[in-house]
Design a protein around this ligand. Sequence first.
Ligand code: SF4
Ligand code: SF4
Length: 272
Amino acid sequence: MSEVSASNAAAPPRKPRVAVHKFSSCDGCQLALLNAGEALLALAERVDLVHFAEAGPMDPEAEVDIAFVEGSVSTPEDRARIVRIRANSRFLVTLGACATAGGIQALRNLADGDGWLGTVYASPEFVSSLAQVSPIREHVHVDLELWGCPVSGRQVLIAVGSLLAGAPPAVPDERVCLECKRQQAVCVMVTRGAPCMGPVTRTGCGALCPRFERDCYGCYGPAERPNTQALGRRFAGIGLVDEAIVRRFHFINSQAPAFLEAGQRARGHADD
Ligand code: SF4
Ligand code: SF4
């Protein structure tokens, strides 16, 4: 090939660059993404995965088109790191309950955090943690929040496809109850009096728990316009004491405002 024709050859289009970052979390959402199998391999053909420590590539300071963030902010180092990631990213997407609403570790916000540190660690003075655990949106702008504990790998890949196509990703926010009807799952609250969070929880999981005769524990966070007051009264009607109602709302998504407020309301009754 001559020098002229070589210089005229069109360069291949740059692939979008994607990173997956971890904060305070159990890694389950990254595993859910890895478990997406063939769909993930197909995505890997279309993008450059520049940082995804659990899968291999490591370049945490890389500039990217899409940054996925798993986990919540719980240390001063986390707080500085999420600001750098935001500055390096065109779109920032939270992955799962920890990143989106604090996760299970945010329960320490509702208790004596220092007391817990002293219980868990032999030398708590060496542990540098913030007074509160917080979701990513409390620190930087988030373009898209994906819920679940863990997140649905399929939902993540659909969201990436939409972002890369320049279309706003559609994330369902209707209730798990509607999905139960579509899947013909028998209602565990009506038939067994189970304290199901489905009436106030967003779907995205395909009503996974009720389909296996388990009550939903709210891992996909609040649905649109969740009537938590009515559900709290229903829980009391099926025999839950106030403290048990608090625990239904203050669990994996305790920092989601609707669940935080519902738990505080029930806590108020418990303290009466
Ligand atoms: S949302 Fe659940 S599965 Fe995902 S990192 Fe947090 S604890 Fe793990
Ligand atoms: S039914 Fe509820 S707890 Fe179970 S996976 Fe779905 S949202 Fe999570």
